[in-house]
Design a protein around this ligand. Structure first.
Ligand code: GLU
Length: 466
């Protein structure tokens, strides 16, 4: 049997991290088992579905590189097929027309609530002979006896008594099919073998299984993925900050880092934290997915991102950081090669936004040195040390690390002071106090003209002229 899974988002917003993780698990399951992955857009809610949202979902999936083998299918293009199935269910006595008024249903609900019963349709129109010309809805005739057993791939066995389930509407009075019916028809027609989705759909599953059975269709396996919580224990939502996948791109996360973080959120393989795409595919399975919700932890995501930044291809990283620098108005084309600067700074950055910021001082003079750094480094005599090293730096013809290193050592010796007395003020003068790598590399990358200019500014500041 070829395994076929799907991701079936409703286009009523962006792709959020919860959806992305469900998509990832579904995609991984297909890839792990050499199967196929289908993308289906569930846009039957015409009021809430938007094209922008469809595009946002496609964009998010593409950014994460969760590639599909089929689709995207759009449910709005399949109404005829859903109606065909509804008619067949009617013909075969598995569905019936219902003319109960809203008032009647509301009254029924009120009574049931007053009696502390679960509100449910009472089957009033079952077996009644209703003229199709009359305004009506169509209800699925749920079996009244027996139970539905779900051997959930994540949660284990779930048993639901049919007496718990009422006859749900499968076609509205305007003729449009409802969600539960469309999903069943699609999952059948598209040959889905494994339905992996969020556990907010767990109540729909027994009803859907009954519909598969009524049509005589084979029933797929189900796996319900627990939700993601915010760090406060509430369901992850906008107020926890970024939840749109594309916002993570803007915040400077690498897609492979977000995927790696998401796969670990609720799934584990020993205590391994970092997984390449290939490793994820080779190792993923649903039985190691947690049954309970997992809490989103931004610090951990930043840590994972940092690991990926450290090992990413330099040219790719340069391309990505360049976008952030452009947005910050930093001109890097005339300065040190961006890849070299990134290589010098990347181990200090948790995100590309931070990395871009750590690149600023290589290309643009800062307005003022960080006061805390200035206090530490610009002590008595620092101006003299800077003047002495400046003179020697200016004399360098071949601006290379070795020459810079030699000049600093020479100055230290000439002044008869400790290394730090020269190195500290020089570093702070050149970087403004930003985190930086080895001094000779830093000075080399900043360049001769900017180095001399910044030393002058520091001397002026120390002497109270800045
Ligand atoms: N369209 C549903 C949603 O976005 C998913 C339905 C399903 O996966 O069966 O919540």
């Amino acid at each position: 049997m070829t395994i076929k899974t799907r991701f079936a988002p409703s286009p009523t917003g962006y792709l959020h991290v919860g959806g992305a993780r469900t998509a990832l698990f579904s995609w991984l399951y297909a890839r792990r088992h050499g199967g196929q992955f289908v993308l289906r857009i569930e846009d039957t809610d015409l009021e809430r579905s938007t094209e922008d949202s469809v595009n946002a979902i496609l964009e998010g999936m593409a950014w994460l590189d969760l590639d599909h083998d089929e689709g995207p299918y759009f449910q709005t293009q399949r109404f005829d097929r859903y109606n065909e199935v509804i008619d067949e269910l009617l013909e075969r006595g598995h569905a019936y027309r219902c003319t109960c008024s809203k008032e009647r249903i509301d009254k029924l609900r009120e009574e049931q609530m007053a009696n502390k019963q679960k509100p449910r349709y009472d089957g009033h129109c079952r077996g009644r002979d209703i003229d199709p010309a009359e305004p009506h809805v169509v209800r699925f005739l749920n079996p009244q006896q027996g139970e539905v057993v779900i051997d959930d791939l994540i949660r284990g066995r779930i048993v639901v008594d049919n007496s718990e389930l009422d006859d749900l509407i499968i076609r509205r009075s305007d003729g449009s099919p409802t969600y539960n019916l469309s999903v069943v028809v699609d999952d059948h027609d598209m040959g889905i073998t494994h339905v992996i989705r969020g556990d907010d759909h767990i109540n729909n599953t027994p009803r859907q299984i009954n519909m598969f059975a009524a049509m005589g269709w084979s029933i797929p396996a189900f796996g319900h993925v627990p939700m993601i919580l915010g760090d406060d224990g509430a369901r992850l939502s906008k107020r926890h900050g970024a939840v749109s996948v594309m916002q993570y791109k803007q915040d400077g996360y690498l897609p492979e880092a977000l995927l790696n973080y998401l796969v670990r959120l609720g799934w584990s393989h020993g205590d391994q934290e970092l997984f390449s795409r290939e490793e994820m595919i080779a190792l993923f399975d649903l039985d190691a997915v947690n049954r309970s919700p997992s809490a989103f932890n931004t610090d951990k995501l930043v840590w994972v991102n940092q690991q990926y930044i450290k090992q990413a291809d330099l040219d790719r990283l340069a391309g990505l950081v360049a976008e952030f620098l452009d947005a910050d108005g930093i001109v890097y084309a005339d300065g040190a090669p961006l890849a070299a600067v990134i290589d010098a700074q990347r181990e200090r950055a948790g995100t590309l936004v931070e990395l871009a910021q750590l690149c600023h001082f290589y290309y643009r003079d800062f307005d003022a040195v960080d006061p805390a750094a200035a206090k530490k480094a610009f002590k008595d005599g620092a101006d003299a040390a800077l003047a002495a090293v400046r003179e020697r730096l200016e004399a360098i013809d071949d601006w290379c690390r070795e020459a810079i290193h030699a000049v600093v050592a020479d100055t230290v010796e000439a002044l008869g002071v400790g290394f730090g007395k020269v190195a500290m003020p020089l570093r702070v003068a050149v970087t403004g106090g930003a985190p930086s790598p080895d001094l000779d590399l830093t000075v080399h990358l900043v360049g001769k003209a900017a180095t001399l200019r910044r030393i002058d500014a520091a001397i002026a500041a120390i002497q109270g002229r800045g």
